[in-house]
Design a protein around this ligand. Sequence first.
Ligand code: ZN
Length: 148
Amino acid sequence: MDLKDLYRDVIVDHNRNPRNFRPMPDADRHADGFNPLCGDRLTLYVKLDGDRISDVSFQGDGCAISVASASLLTESVRGRTVPEAEALFSTMHRVLTREGEDADPAVLGKLAALSGVREFPARVKCASLCWHTLEAALHSEAAPVSTE
Ligand code: ZN
């Protein structure tokens, strides 16, 4: 099995059986994302413990790439701090848009499965929608009040 088959299997698996696909009534942050080019829609929910993402989930409806990408996102950012999640977002953005940009697999983990999407420019927005939505969710409220 070559790498492309492995990547395709990861995407098929996460599309058929998306992880963390549920509403989160007690979310601290949430945002809606829409990709009009494809019709992908999703809502992303985030629960924060200080600046750590203690839980993340999503709901929505879209193509296989958009659902798999959101599913992989939830697995990848849970337990990370907000700055770590933002660093991962910028790494993903480079991997999805720049030819020959291969991030360290140790950093990307299963997210590397989405790197093949850049060969299909029309689908890049499908893969990046959930990341832009996460970014919007994390900034959906003013910074917490600090007593320091
Ligand atoms: Zn799509």
